[in-house]
Design a protein around this ligand. Structure first.
Ligand code: DGJ
Length: 721
């Protein structure tokens, strides 16, 4: 049982393999937070009320309880809690004050379905605690949900609002998770960036006041990732307390951290509220997206491995193929200059190199000869593919490889047949000019007619064609957010309804093309989030394939997400790199996730072709570790010019260790240790043939860096039996 109720103390205990979460119902009314952390002796655990002058209280309880101080489970705008609060509902009287008190609880196996949203799948161990609270003036009820994923040390949180009054109310803010911690001696880790430079690592001490990361772009974005962590100041990769948080949603989000007057820290994760309101009619319910949290006492590495296991077991779709395809993608080599003849040259060169799949990127449809036209017209361009898509795909497959294709369903160019026929199918505000980005507008995915059109067009173009893989791109953010299909009082629902439409289309793709996989992309890693991971086997990590930058992006991505989703390509688009050593370096950097190539392979020299062939073959020896192994970081490229990490299998009989240097400097000695190696046994490095004792690997092998670039080393240790 991972959820228990201790009746005589009105306490609920949520237990995972290595963590405990305890809450209590105080005075039969107020759900207060008592504890989240390791499995310590918790006898005597009690609510602390750090009352301060000026803090409001209720006459019946005096200063023993104030909504303004102490640790709560969830809070509400306007009734005495002056910190950031997760819920604001405007009632029929026109004010936005609520005050919810405890009504009932329920513990059940499994979890709730989230009405059209992505959410973590339950397994046989999953249990959920539901707390029902009510507010008598607005007539609303809320359900607070805690779903416990015992083995992965993850607890997920979501909230249902039900309007039991006889008039509509407006939800103005609804966060999925609130957590109060009894200290502020923490650092906060967040990932910031830009297109081509996603997920930079930032670790800063918490300060008094509110610190936040968010997106108001209609996408989780390149600029901030929904993942954050709060950790002790001394926490390292392997040691120390850390709380990790994430959000299973791909649109606007808000992560808020508020250090209050008593030195407590409040963390909130949920929907961004600047582009969100929801009109809740009498008798209706609204369910928030899901937020997840994990606790580890084993440092950032412990947090990451909890999240990696959680994403693999409960978020990602089933693998569609027996083995993940190594792809040859045409974008960097061809841009829009594609046609059947050229693509078949690519297909042949892919097959010759042992690559599993050709991915034909942008430029195959409508009048798409550059990025100014064609988006929305999802039919093959007959000038480029005279006999149509099916005949071309058959010819690709005749080489014995799979075929993938690029799409950008959510977008439209004003210069397209679709836009000319339906200018009102875009996100836009009445009477206002819409701004362009990459010459395109955003389709109104909240409009069922748009979804119907897209499903119809994709079915017409792709049914029976044998497509194995879709690269689903999304290349602009939302501005002038409004929907011509929604009434004025519902305009604030546009961005959220847009995401529901996007998820609906993703589900349709998963169901309509059950034998195909989806690679998610938003100009690279602009929607690198748990919502997208529900439907997509992997994500194009970044448009930046330059190894020195890529290793940073990859390092940070592994904090919250498993390497098996992190699509990594060796890039050499115009065969400028003729040096096999440089290509080896790029390949080493790419071995952090599922492998692919961005290069003009048909035009490459024989030596490069042979190198690629050898690399693909070698990757096959390691892919079980890269896609399914445990992952451990050793050196951060944000701390020095080096990135080092290793993969190992569950039995620790195999280790794939990687060291990459980003810029050469005076040689230094570094030690790379793999504490899981079995002391008392011996391992052979299959790369060099050298033998090492388990003790040496556990204590660390010492290497000397080089002054010259490019420099990287890889070892593949296999235990001698
Ligand atoms: C942005 C993607 O990130 C690229 O890989 C490529 O697919 C282009 N879009 C195509 O327009």
């Amino acid at each position: 049982m991972s959820v228990k109720y201790i009746e005589d103390e009105s306490k609920f205990v949520l237990e995972t393999q290595n963590s405990l979460y305890v809450l209590q119902i105080l005075y039969d009314k107020f759900p207060v937070h008592l504890y989240y952390g390791s499995k310590d002796d918790l006898s005597g655990l009690a609510y602390v009320n750090p009352y301060k002058s000026f803090s409001p209280y209720f006459e019946q309880y005096g200063i023993n309880y104030s909504p303004d101080v102490g640790m709560a489970e969830y809070s509400y705008f306007g009734s005495g809690d002056f910190r950031v609060t997760p819920l604001r509902i405007k009632n029929k009287n026109g004010d936005s004050v609520t005050h919810f008190t405890y009504k009932a609880y329920r513990i059940f196996d499994g979890r709730c379905d989230l009405q059209g949203l992505p959410f973590a799948a339950a397994d046989g161990n999953t249990q959920t605690l539901e707390l029902i609270l009510k507010d008598s003036v607005s007539g609303c009820e809320i359900g607070l949900y805690y779903t416990v994923f015992e083995k992965e040390d993850v607890i997920s949180r979501y909230v249902r609002v039900t309007n039991n009054s006889d008039s509509p109310v407006k939800i103005e803010k609804l966060m999925s998770l609130m957590l109060d911690l009894p200290s502020c001696e923490y650092d906060m880790i967040s990932l910031y960036g830009a297109h081509n430079a996603e997920r930079n690592f930032q670790r800063v001490p918490l300060f008094h006041g509110v610190q936040s990361v968010m997106s108001r772009r209609g996408a989780s974005s390149h600029q901030y990732n929904p993942f954050i962590a709060i950790c002790d100041k001394k926490t390292t990769e392997r040691q120390g307390d850390v709380y990790g948080f994430n959000f299973v949603y791909s649109g606007d989000f808000l992560d808020e951290v508020d250090v209050d007057q008593t030195g407590n820290t409040r963390i909130q994760i949920g929907l961004g509220s600047e582009n969100f309101t929801w009109l809740l009619e009498s008798g209706q319910s609204f369910m928030s997206p899901e937020a997840v949290m994990t606790y580890s006492s084993c440092g950032l590495g412990g947090m990451s491995s909890n999240f990696h296991r959680f994403v693999r077991e409960h978020i990602l779709p089933p693998e569609p193929f027996e083995r993940r395809p190594v792809v040859l993608n045409t974008w960097e080599a061809c841009y829009f200059n594609i046609d059947e003849r050229e693509m078949l040259r690519f297909a042949k060169s892919a097959a010759d190199a042992g690559i599993d799949m050709l991915v034909m990127d942008d430029g195959w449809f409508g009048a798409r000869n550059n990025d100014k036209a064609g988006l929305g017209d999802w039919y093959v361009n007959r000038d480029k593919f005279k006999n149509g898509l099916k005949s071309f795909v058959d010819s690709v497959k005749a080489y014995g490889i799979k075929f993938g294709i690029w799409i950008e369903p959510e977008m439209v160019n004003p210069d397209s047949d679709l836009y000319r026929a339906h200018p009102d199918w875009c996100i836009r505000c009445a009477g206002r000019e819409s701004t362009l980005s990459r010459n395109q507008l955003v389709l109104d995915m909240s409009n069922p007619k748009v979804l119907e059109y897209l499903k119809d067009s994709f079915a017409k173009s792709f049914d029976g064609v044998g497509i194995d893989y879709f690269k689903w791109d999304m290349n602009r953010h939302m501005s002038e957010v409004g929907s011509p299909a929604l009434a004025p009082e519902r305009q604030g629902e546009t961005a959220y309804r847009y995401m529901l439409g996007v998820y609906d289309l993703y589900r349709w793709f998963n169901e309509h093309f059950p034998n195909a996989m989806i690679e998610n992309c938003s100009g690279g890693g602009g929607r690198y989030d748990l919502g997208m991971m529900k439907y997509c086997t992997q994500i194009w990590t970044s448009d930046n394939t330059w190894p020195k930058k890529r290793m940073k992006i990859q390092y940070s991505s592994t904090l919250a997400y498993p390497p098996c989703v992190m699509s990594c390509h060796v890039s050499n688009p115009h065969n400028v790199c003729e040096n096999p050593d440089e290509l080896k370096y790029r390949w080493h950097v790419a071995l952090n996730g599922p492998l692919g190539y961005e290069m003009h392979l048909p035009n490459a020299s024989e030596i490069i072709k042979d190198t690629v062939k050898e690399q693909v073959k070698k990757y096959r020896e390691y892919e079980h570790l890269i896609l399914r192994g445990e992952f451990h970081r050793i050196l951060s490229p944000f701390d020095s010019n080096y990135y080092a990490y290793y993969f190992t299998n569950a039995e620790h009989t195999e280790f794939l260790l990687s060291f990459e240097q980003s810029y050469g400097e005076s040689p230094v000695k570094l030690t790379l240790s793999m504490p899981e190696a079995e002391v008392g046994t011996r391992y052979t490095d299959t790369v060099s043939g050298d033998e090492y004792s388990g003790r040496m690997l556990a204590d660390g092998i010492t290497i000397k860096t080089k002054e010259k670039d490019p420099y990287s080393v890889m070892w593949h240790f296999v235990r001698n039996d």
